[in-house]
Design a protein around this ligand. Structure first.
Ligand code: ATR
Length: 290
């Protein structure tokens, strides 16, 4: 009973994840189980959407209260908001949207919170003793592959933590634009294999390169990975992308896309329901469905 059908009624609050494709998403499993476990009368649907604005105009009922946004709609979603939080505005993309009781659509970006928290946690774990209250990302060279919604989120998050950000993207102009905004450098994806100004760099892939079904692809050569101490992949299907396998073989710490997803799920659940997230339950559901 994925959708808790027995409790659906006139008071049920409708949520969903807007994307294309959407069939691979674990979000419906996660949120429906979490709603149930928290005793929240809500439902969460996978929504295969072509046009975000057409969708939101069609489904404008006050009961449709919360949406998550995924590839390729995070930027289109932002354009449909009545109000946007400052982080989402700076990034130019939203990861979730809430319809307030007065009908206004509020846009947020919580992607970077989840990913950055996961990277910091892994760095603290490998560095042993914590370096006080400062971020372990501070002063590190942080290479972000991709300049779309997720790339922007990671680049802003890294900047906020005091990292030196480098954006590597297939389309150089987009890398340059983002790098300028965060006060970092830009390179093309083709230059990435030969880019190693120092060792111990941090790498984050935010492109779909390596995502199922193209699991033999990777955005960077294995040889170049020897210059990185930690590699994060935003892809979570599969869990072990070729990038993460090769990073581990090269001796780097790996951070799975699922960690970003779990951490942002906690935040989104709290925004959707106003209740504390059932964290153990959410981790369990994800473990069962991956
Ligand atoms: P998201 O919101 O998940 O970041 P997006 O906004 O559609 O998704 O951004 C996709 C990113 O992945 C972009 O940086 C894109 O590169 P371009 O700017 O050159 O389009 C990158 N990307 C997607 N497919 C790619 C591929 N096959 N090879 C390299 N980069 C790719």
């Amino acid at each position: 009973d994925l959708y808790n059908f027995r409790q659906i009624g006139p008071d049920t609050k409708v949520h969903g994840v807007i994307g294309k494709p959407i069939g691979h998403s674990k979000s419906p499993h996660l949120y429906n189980a979490a709603f149930k476990s928290a005793g929240f009368n809500g439902i969460y649907l996978p929504l295969l959407v072509d046009s975000v604005s057409d969708f939101l105009t069609t489904y404008s009922s006050p009961d449709f209260v919360g949406y998550s946004y995924t590839i390729p709609h995070k930027e289109a979603g932002l354009k449909c908001c009545d109000e946007i939080d400052p982080v989402a505005k700076a990034i130019g993309a939203i990861s979730c949207m809430i319809r307030r009781p007065d009908g206004k659509l509020m846009g947020y970006n919580v992607d970077y919170l989840g990913a950055i928290a996961a990277i910091e946690e892994a760095l603290r774990a490998t560095n042993g003793a914590s370096n006080g209250s400062g971020s372990p990302l501070a002063g590190k060279l942080f290479v972000v592959i991709g300049a779309g919604g997720a790339g922007k989120a990671l680049a802003y998050g890294g900047k906020e933590k005091g990292a030196r950000v480098v954006v590597a993207n297939r389309t150089y102009e987009k890398a340059k634009e983002l790098a300028n905004k965060v006060g970092g450098d830009a390179i093309t994806l083709d230059e990435l294999d030969d880019f190693h100004p120092e060792d111990g760099m941090i790498l984050a892939n935010t492109t779909s390169v390596g995502m199922k079904p193209n699991t033999d692809l990777t955005p960077i050569s294995k040889k170049a990975l020897s210059h990185y101490s930690l590699v994060f992949d935003a892809i979570y299907t599969p869990k072990w992308t070729r990038l993460l396998q090769e990073a581990q073989e090269s001796g780097a710490t790996v951070v799975f896309g699922t960690e970003m997803f779990i951490n942002q799920a906690f935040v989104q659940f709290e925004r959707f329901t106003g209740l504390p997230a059932p964290k153990e339950q959410i981790r369990e559901v994800l473990a069962r469905n991956t």
